[in-house]
Design a protein around this ligand. Structure first.
Ligand code: ADP
Ligand code: MG
Length: 312
């Protein structure tokens, strides 16, 4: 097959995407495909029209790559692509809308509030932060509504730290999510499949310090990984069920990775769903696949097969 690998892009996660993309590109070449590396620029659409690719592997992360934007273009151009479609991407990249759906579906997710930049600039929302703290308690997690790789995520230990955490999140998006902090075991559940879904073994992440932030993710040695996760059977099973439910609720196809914290009572609290999980050397989906007996090339082969299945 002639396969394009779309990587890089202009989001803040460009470097991570290049790392994912180059690895995928190498795997596809080793699998015998004719591979064309693609980046995002004004020539993307003309190139796609000229090249007549059988498939594009989307290795973009973050805004425009993971939020339905590029997926919509592929729909318009009738170019088959990997991963979930426009709707799932748009919802998955928006943590506020995702959590609204989780709640309606009965999927446990930490209590939260969402405030837009306009409410601070035009309505004095700064003076509502005390009430947010009273309702959610401390510590409290502050994050941009639409962002990835933990960029802009801060834990506010006290009321005094809230305004600064909010300001910093607003550098990344014009909406900020304020969420109850969950103490527990963080795990990532990767799901593969279209109609029939397979949950890969859970990967537990234990950062040396603080939470699973950007540095903990991409600097080898700063996080300990356990796959399968060190959870009891009941908590594992509930986490997998919550992830499958989340994947279905957002109408995902092909693949997703659901980020979960199992709280101290054993309840899997779903934080978010990722439609373009990282494929770097330290990424969680390849780690889970490895434990399930799929090496990196097997995983890429599987993702290509699942993508083609949705067009047949
Ligand atoms: N409610 C929470 N309680 C405790 N830690 C959290 C919470 N929300 C996020 N975190 C930490 O912040 C990280 C990033 O949050 P997440 O919602 O997964 O966003 P991202 O899209 O940036 O990965 C998580 O991996 C976790 O370590
Ligand atoms: Mg996450």
């Amino acid at each position: 097959m002639r396969i394009g690998v779309l990587m890089g892009g202009r989001s803040l996660e460009r470097d991570v995407s290049l790392r994912s993309g180059r690895r995928v590109s190498r795997a596809l070449t080793e699998l015998g495909h004719d591979v064309l590396d693609l980046d995002v620029d004004e020539r993307l659409v003309p190139t796609l029209k000229e090249e007549r690719l059988d498939l594009v592997y989307i290795a973009l992360h973050g805004k425009f790559g993971e939020d339905g934007t590029v997926q919509e273009l592929f729909e318009i151009l009738d170019v088959p692509y990997t991963g979930p479609g426009v709707f799932s991407s748009a919802i998955g990249f928006n943590k506020a809308l995702s959590k609204e759906i989780f709640q309606r579906e009965g999927i446990p997710t930490p209590p939260f509030f969402v405030l837009s930049e306009a409410t601070f600039q035009e309505m004095g929302a700064l003076y509502s932060l005390g009430a947010v703290g009273d309702k959610l308690g401390f510590p409290l997690v502050v994050k941009p509504v639409a962002q990835g790789s933990a960029l802009g995520v801060k834990v506010a230990a006290t009321r005094d730290e809230l305004p600064e955490a909010v300001r910093s999140a607003l550098h990344y998006d014009d909406r900020v999510l304020l969420e109850k902090y969950v103490k527990g075991t963080e795990v990532a559940a990767s799901i593969l499949g279209n109609e029939y879904l397979e949950a890969l073994p859970l990967v537990e992440t234990v950062p040396r310090s603080g939470f699973f932030d950007f540095d903990s993710r991409y600097t080898p040695g700063l996080t300990e990984y356990y796959c399968p996760a060190r959870l009891d059977d009941d908590a594992s099973q509930r986490s997998v069920e919550a992830a499958l439910h989340t994947h279905r609720a957002l109408g995902c196809l092909n693949v997703s990775r659901v980020d979960i914290i199992v709280d101290e009572t054993g309840v899997p609290q779903v934080l978010e769903l990722n439609i373009s999980p990282g494929m770097t050397e330290t990424s969680l989906l390849p780690m889970a696949a490895e434990t399930a007996g799929l090496d990196f090339n097997d995983l890429v082969k599987r993702l290509v097969g699942l993508a083609m299945e949705k067009y047949s």
